[in-house]
Ligand binder design. Structure first.
Ligand code: NDP
Length: 454
């Protein structure tokens, strides 16, 4: 490609989106690519998000598994978790993944700079050490960071960035927020033996998901021992002798050893120099892009959480890939943001794709199929846990508009159901698929009568 510039592409940010774009542009697009990362390679997902979180989810599930094993007749005893031992294994795993990311970029021929970079002009970036590089294209892939609102005692709270580095597990924890991160960590900490309270300002946690599904998750979380306080926010935090005292908006006070704030994330744009160049930023600071991930400055693109479209790793990867295909491989590709499935790794898990019952009712006539039952495995072990399988169907086209699953491995199940939903499967397509027996997910193809019609 052109050698009028030092680089064809300079990527700022070595997370999921940036790394994918850099690799494809270099290895398949023949571009000369530079990438700057100020922290650790791999970004939020690998270093302080999905990966360590999921390993903590696994760790937190063992006490229940051991209890179930006993119920099945195994002579096993549960002991305390060696948190420090787990943490060092976790750190070693993250080191391994970071190295793998670096090696991938190296073998693709990408030049990596372990430094912060800012944009100087539409074709120039500057590293923290003062070095400047000219580049034909710039990709902003700087991700986001936890947002903590302003309140008295704010400095006493930690965020998800800090949770993986704790020296010891707390005895009592308060989790503030009702979204993915708050709900997942409330469950993780509870599973690890911490006494957990969760304060959420709204009426029900996991806003945006299907009401029945999130109610199901919340009920089960409460049954598992998490004290969920909806309609409750922190007014202030005070350091007391016995711990951190949270004074809540409902007038209550309670003491905790740890307060985790998971009240959303904001795009990492501060100091990048974008606004001065005419790159549009939205109300939350997100970089405004078109369907091609291109900003108002034609040579500058942005992908991933910094654009605040759908803030999920696989979406950032698709956006990065589509950008590289379009700009460096001559294959015009828009990232597809329609019908993106996701899973919340609470206990129980919630897997979801498409419209909620509430959204479908707004959209037009629909039928709701739902089954809630106690699955064989945990029922045998004496648990009362229920799973939920739910399909939202358009009454006119018969298409399955939404699928919501609450239960063990819902994340795995929704991935497969998502293929059918994305293909436009109708309820009748689901029905003519023979059940796999005995499984939980067979309910998805055996629900004959709607429970509600709108
Ligand atoms: P979310 O947007 O999911 O949730 C933020 C929560 O904080 C909401 O409950 C919100 O309340 C509450 N909140 C926001 N501002 C305040 C405030 N000033 N005071 C009190 N409460 C407040 O953000 P998360 O941080 O949980 O996660 C960020 C994103 O990361 C997610 O949206 C998701 O895209 C991604 N993610 C995905 C995961 C997965 O796929 N499993 C896991 C973790 C993260 P309200 O509802 O009232 O607005």
């Amino acid at each position: 490609m052109t050698l009028d510039f030092d680089f064809d592409l300079f990527v700022i940010g070595g997370g999921s989106g940036g790394v994918r774009a850099a690799r494809i542009a270099a290895s398949e697009g023949g571009a000369k690519v530079g990438l700057a990362e100020e922290s650790r390679m791999g970004g939020t997902c690998v270093i302080r998000g999905c990966v360590p979180k999921k390993l903590m989810v696994f760790a937190s599930e063992y006490p229940d598994m051991i209890a179930d094993a006993k119920a099945y007749g195994w002579d096993v005893q549960s002991g305390p978790l060696d948190w420090r031992g787990f943490r060092s294994k976790l750190e070693a795993e993250l080191d391994r993944l970071e190295t793998a990311y670096r090696n991938t970029l190296k073998s693709a021929g990408v030049t990596v700079y372990d430094a912060r970079a800012v944009v100087v002009d539409p074709h120039c970036v500057r590293l923290a050490d003062g070095r400047e590089f000219s580049t034909k294209h710039i990709l902003i892939a700087t991700g986001g960071q936890p947002f903590v609102p302003q309140f008295e005692g704010r400095e006493l709270a930690i965020t998800s960035n800090d949770i993986f580095h704790l020296d010891a597990l707390p005895k009592r924890a308060l989790v503030v927020g009702g979204g993915y991160i708050a709900s997942e960590f409330a469950c993780i900490l509870n599973g690890l033996g911490v006494k957990v309270s969760q304060y959420y300002r709204g009426a029900q946690i996991l806003r945006g998901f299907d009401d029945e599904a999130r109610g199901h998750v919340a009920n089960q979380m409460a049954a598992n021992g998490i004290a969920i306080h909806c309609g409750t926010d922190v007014e202030r935090l005070e350091q007391r002798e016995g711990g951190i005292c949270a004074v809540a908006t409902d007038g209550s006070t309670a003491e905790f050893d740890l307060v985790l704030y998971a009240t959303g994330r904001v795009p990492n744009v501060a100091g990048l120099g974008l606004e001065a160049l005419g790159v549009g930023l939205g109300r939350r600071g997100e970089v405004l892009v078109d369907d091609w991930s291109q900003t108002a400055v034609p040579s500058i693109y942005a992908v991933g959480d910094v654009t605040d479209r759908i803030n999920l790793t696989p979406v950032a990867i698709r956006e990065g890939h589509a950008f590289a295909d379009t700009v460096f491989r001559g294959i015009a590709t828009k990232a597809d943001h329609d019908l993106v499935a996701s899973a919340v790794f609470t206990q129980p898990e919630l897997g979801s794709i498409g419209l909620s019952e509430e959204a479908a009712r707004e959209a037009g006539p629909c039928e709701i199929y739902a089954a809630s039952f106690r699955p064989m495995r945990s029922l045998f072990a004496g648990r009362q846990d229920k799973v939920l399988m739910k399909l939202v169907v358009c009454a006119t086209t018969r298409r399955v508009l939404g699928c919501h699953i609450v239960g063990p491995n819902a994340g795995e199940m929704i991935q497969l159901a998502a293929i059918a939903v994305k293909m436009g499967a109708t309820k009748e397509d689901f029905d003519r698929t023979v059940a796999v027996h005995p499984t939980m997910s067979e309910e998805l193809v055996t629900m004959r009568k709607p429970v509600r019609i709108f």
